[in-house]
Design a protein around this ligand. Structure first.
Ligand SMILES: Nc1ncnc2c1ncn2[C@@H]1O[C@H](COP(=O)(O)OP(=O)(O)O)[C@@H](O)[C@H]1O
Ligand SMILES: [Mg+2]
Length: 352
């Protein structure tokens, strides 16, 4: 096995619900998730994320295209013959079975002897930090513990791939953050191949080797978290991976880009002269003295501990500006200048 061997592969997969006249929910999608890595599918509700996972799990068959797991074409195999486990957001635990009963269930129904089932279930529980809770009922556990039981129940089957469908959306924000780190660590320690669905961009950036942004049944962009955040290919991707405002701008033959009265030097090479769009994150604005850069007047400045949030009235509209230097105080009505740093500014095609 080479490190780049594909774990999960989708080739030109198309899906619809209903007959030939029904709209396509996935449109000839190509995906490669390298073995032992985690890929996150990120996108708004209804873009096709769950549909995609169900196809990988074998719960539905695609209209066309092929699905491969560990290099084997499994398109025509049922869910039980794919060695893939799906973890859902509602855990789907058996309420009347103990923790160990839940975790061992899959092994015992497939005929693994009692003692071995017990040992493997205990090992799986230990790997998610739940040793000692074997005899509890799911109702006696917190949400985070129930999610760990669901995880152990999947791990114990030693699947070729694990699929997570918004696994943390029922947990509060603090627990979500620690659980997502745990899932990432477990995935790396055990070398699991994981497809992970979320609509939360922070979660996607934090856990992923690869992020795939989906838009209405198509792939808007695939890449590393850094690629997607810093070099979004379209306004949709820029906006989905964090706050960004877009501006109409003009690329010029000398390699600069003009937004209103502002000139950007850091234009990428090979940019054809003509109209472009520029996506600007609120952190990209830098506050300068009045008369420098874009003229602005502070409308409001809020202190948020780690940063300041200003709204600034400018010729480009009212801008949200996030300033990392909290030592300064800005008063409403104060005149300032705004310039753009190199980070957090992306130039995308006019049609993006
Ligand atoms: N069982 C179904 N029958 C008909 N339409 C469905 C069914 N499941 C999902 N859809 C539709 O398919 C599209 C994609 O849904 P889904 O994959 O659940 O999106 P996501 O998980 O990204 O929110 C949506 O328009 C949804 O309404
Ligand atoms: Mg879904």
């Amino acid at each position: 096995m080479t490190p780049t061997a594909p774990g999960i592969e989708l080739r030109q997969v198309t899906q619809r619900y209903g007959g030939p006249g029904a709209p396509l929910v996935l449109k000839a999608i190509d995906v490669v998730i390298p073995k032992g890595t985690i890929t996150t599918f990120l996108g708004p509700s209804g873009c096709g994320k769950t549909t995609l996972l169900r196809l990988i799990a074998g719960l539905d068959a695609p209209v066309s295209g092929r699905i491969l797991i560990d290099g084997q074409d499994v398109t025509d195999r049922g869910p039980a013959e794919r060695n893939v486990c799906m973890v859902f957001q509602n855990y789907a635990l058996f309420p009347h079975l103990s923790v160990i009963g839940n975790v061992g269930y899959g092994l015992s129904v497939s005929g693994v002897p009692r003692d071995e089932t017990r040992q493997r279930a205990q090992a799986a529980l230990a790997s998610v930090g739940l040793a000692g809770l074997d005899q509890r009922l799911p109702g006696e556990l917190s949400g985070g513990q129930q999610q760990r039981v669901a995880l152990a129940r999947a791990l114990v089957l030693e699947p070729s791939a694990m699929l997570f469908d918004e696994p943390l959306s029922n947990l509060d924000a603090r627990l979500r953050r620690s659980m997502r780190q745990e899932i990432r660590q477990l995935q790396q320690r055990l070398g699991l191949t994981v497809a992970y669905v979320t609509h939360d961009q922070g979660e996607a950036l934090a856990v992923s080797d690869q992020v795939i942004v989906m838009q209405a049944g198509t792939i808007a962009q695939a890449g590393s978290p850094r690629d997607l955040y810093e070099r979004p290919a379209s306004l949709f991707v820029a906006g989905f991976l964090g706050e960004a405002l877009s501006f109409d701008a003009v690329a010029r033959a000398d390699g600069t880009v003009r937004i209103g009265t502002l000139t950007l030097r850091a234009a990428p090479p090979l940019l054809a002269a003509g109209p472009v769009k520029v996506a600007v994150r609120p952190q990209a604005w830098q506050i300068a003295a009045p008369g420098e850069g874009l003229a602005g007047r502070v409308i409001d400045c809020a202190y948020l501990g780690s940063h300041l949030e200003l709204s600034v009235d400018t010729a480009l509209g009212v801008l949200l500006v996030i300033a990392g230097d909290v030592s300064q105080d800005w008063r409403p009505g104060q005149d300032i200048g705004l310039t753009l740093g190199e980070r957090g500014v992306s130039i995308v095609a006019a049609s993006g």
